[in-house]
Design a protein around this ligand. Structure first.
Ligand SMILES: [Zn+2]
Length: 277
């Protein structure tokens, strides 16, 4: 059953999402209510030696004293998100916040900041998927018959991505639950992010090894490895291992210098061509 893996992964992601407590789920679905031109991200314009990020104290000042905005939230410890009150212009908000915080600030519409609103896990897996699309797209461009094979790989990888995206908020929530000085919690965050990246790399490796061992036509796992050549000899007759599809679709040959897939059809065509000569 070639589809057992993606189905299993999707079920795993759904179970994880169903079991997680509400605080983690809100982190997963953390999207702020978005309406263009209503919400703004406030960031400081860096000065010679001044602060470059909006601190929690700034957010408290804005929440207590700003009269042009109604909604103030700290965002990722670096920005503030504010909502324009009806009847005020962006310039008025700008002016008031600059007066309250004592420094120049910049307001960018939240709608244009979708990259910032992506979580770390989403960013990691989106880039993995983009790289796969690039590789698979080039392959299907060259070999027409393998479209289904690369599409299958895309489905499996998307299922892995789903699990990865669900797991990240759990990691982030665990790190956030540790009460410590900000230097320590920053170090914890970096450590957690590194482990997450390493785990994602392992997942991609497992995925790739599984995909390469599948028949390009029927997607079943290849069987019956046959060793050939001399082990240890690198140039004259390097050892290769051939695995075949048990339904007779083709052969994959792996050696030190090669990793090729030969469809059965083209093999017979080659033979016929050779005998016709
Ligand atoms: Zn096959």
């Amino acid at each position: 059953m070639p589809y057992a893996i993606p189905v299993g992964l999707v079920v795993l992601a759904l179970v994880l999402a169903g079991l997680m407590p509400g605080s983690v789920r809100s982190r997963l679905l953390h999207r702020l209510p978005e309406a263009a031109e209503e919400y703004f991200v406030v960031s400081r314009v860096p000065m010679m030696r001044g602060p470059t990020r909006i601190t929690f104290r700034d957010v408290v000042i804005l929440a207590e004293h700003a009269r042009t905005v109604s909604y103030v939230r700290n965002y990722r410890g670096k920005w503030a998100v504010v909502r324009r009150k009806v009847g005020f212009t962006k310039d008025q908000i700008d002016l008031e916040i600059e007066q309250l915080l004592g420094g120049r600030v910049e307001l960018s519409p939240l709608s244009g900041m979708w990259l910032l609103r992506m979580s770390f896990g989403e960013a990691v897996w989106l880039s993995v998927l983009v790289v796969y699309l690039w590789i698979g797209g080039r392959q299907t461009w060259r070999v027409r018959g393998e479209r289904r094979y690369w599409a299958y790989g895309g489905v499996v990888l998307a299922a892995w991505a789903l699990v990865g995206i669900v797991v990240w908020p759990i990691v982030a929530e665990l790190v956030a639950s540790v009460r410590a000085e900000w230097t320590l919690s920053a170090a914890l965050y970096v450590t957690a992010a590194t482990f997450y990246l390493a785990a994602s790399a392992v997942a991609v490796y497992v995925f790739w090894q599984d995909l390469r061992l599948r028949c390009r036509q029927c997607l079943h796992r290849l069987r019956m490895p046959v060793e050939d050549g001399v082990t240890g000899s690198m140039v004259v007759d390097p050892s290769t291992e051939a695995t075949v599809c048990i339904y007779g679709h083709g052969t994959r040959i792996v050696g030190r210098w090669q990793d090729t897939w030969t469809p059965a059809g083209s093999y017979w065509e080659e033979l016929l061509k050779a005998s016709a000569r």
